[in-house]
Write a protein that binds this ligand. Sequence first.
Ligand code: ADP
Ligand code: MN
Ligand code: MN
Ligand code: MN
Ligand code: MN
Length: 341
Amino acid sequence: MAKYKLEYIWLDGYEPVANLRGKTQIKEFNAFPKLEELPMWGFDGSSTRQAEGRNSDCMLKPVAVFPDATKTNAALVMCEVMMPDGKTPHPSNSRATIFDDPDAWFGFEQEYFLYQDGVPLGFPQGGGFPPPQGEYYTGVGYKNVGAIAREIVDTHLELCLAAGINHEGINAEVAKGQWEFQIFGKGSRTAADQVWMARYIMLRLCEKYEVDVNWHCKPLGKDVDWNGSGMHSNFSTKHMREVGGKAYFEALMEAFDKYKNEHIAVYGPDNHLRLTGLHETQSIDKFNYGIANRGASVRVPHSFVNNDYKGYLEDRRPNSQGDPYKIASRILQTIATVPTK
Ligand code: ADP
Ligand code: MN
Ligand code: MN
Ligand code: MN
Ligand code: MN
């Protein structure tokens, strides 16, 4: 038997964006614990905006477990928040009731800024801006990426891979101090669990560098020539991958247009600051799609058109603070309205 450090991690009740919370318990196991071996646990919901003070206990239900490579005998345990009965999902639990389909594949491109002392890494401390955007995207060299960002993003990648998170890549982004990682998963919950866990690992890693992760979609404001942060959501269902066809694609896009407001409602807060029609975005109140068009709401890859309209599509509207559970669910909900015949 060995003592395992189990970090139970959950989403709190803050709106419009939940924070990640975590606390550790120690349990003995013969080997790295399986999900079904992990017990439920409780926490004080009155300190996380999830309960009133008088009846404050909420329950944590483990739903996914990942090795924690920063310690020996340690696990990161993604949890859903349940009511005190342990059975009813808490209203803040966005995972419990979503549309899921194990045959739906998602690739999330999480963009974010690394911040220190209130400004993006590499911005002058006293105010003002570094040289304009141009060389930062996929850039190299101190003047483009600074001194510590590379160590952070490379370490993050190692920790996530060691945890079994299915990273597909990382890159420096268009703004100084802005970065991206991509995660691919099968099924809404599987893919979204990994995004939340990767966010957690990034936040925790950055503590020792005195760096904060700014997930806001337009941290530098709307009126400057600096990019915002998205979480482009690439998706495909079995039908899209195996049957596809132009008529089905057009019907799908019609449904996406019809439900555009419902999509925007779960695509992250303050998205009107980001979806302006500039900086590789479409305006928030319009829906369009385009082949290889990075100014469209949905980008259709060349590979999709060249393959008889089979494959995946990229919804470019979700932002960096969006909840991937809700985003994946909404995409599947809209797809479900389109007959496959
Ligand atoms: P770009 O920056 O050009 O938009 P990225 O390479 O950053 O592209 O992201 C593309 C994403 O598409 C990857 O995260 C990948 O996992 C995802 N993807 C690839 N194939 C599929 C598929 N069949 N279904 C869903 N997502 C997919
Ligand atoms: Mn956040
Ligand atoms: Mn990308
Ligand atoms: Mn990007
Ligand atoms: Mn993209």
